[in-house]
Design a protein around this ligand. Structure first.
Ligand code: ZN
Length: 130
């Protein structure tokens, strides 16, 4: 236990405190992120990304895999599953999501829709390019 000799108790406390502060900041950041407007919906099925839908454009994407169908609607910056032929219809009932970090899951179809932020600097770059 040579560490105890080289690092007095108060110093260990400071290190511990710093770690707690960093952790708290990280948590706060993730909460902040979850509350921010999402910019794209990432559709994953059977463990693979099927499509990325930009939330800025209203669209309907119909996911089809063998007998499985999910009608995914992007509307006014949010996304929801309007129709599905899965058992239980849980994904349809989950309703609309529009915040980064939120997701809709269709368990029977192994389908996940996750909302994510794209590059936050994008709008600024657009302005510079223009
Ligand atoms: Zn479903």
């Amino acid at each position: 236990m040579s560490d105890a000799k080289y690092y007095p108790r108060w110093r260990r406390d400071v290190i511990l405190l710093a770690a707690v502060v960093v952790l708290a900041a990280a948590l706060q950041f993730s909460v902040f992120k979850a509350g921010t407007q999402a910019s794209e919906a990432v559709v994953t099925a059977h463990g693979e990304t099927v499509v990325r839908l930009a939330l800025g454009t209203d669209t309907i994407y119909t996911y089809e895999f063998e007998e499985e169908t999910n009608e995914i609607v992007v509307e006014n910056g949010g996304v929801f599953i309007r129709r599905a032929n899965c058992k239980g219809q849980d994904c349809v009932r989950q309703g609309r999501i529009d915040r980064a970090g939120q997701s809709i899951v269709c368990l029977p179809h192994k389908l996940i829709i996750e909302l994510a932020m794209t590059d936050a600097n994008e709008p600024e770059i657009d302005i510079i390019v223009r």
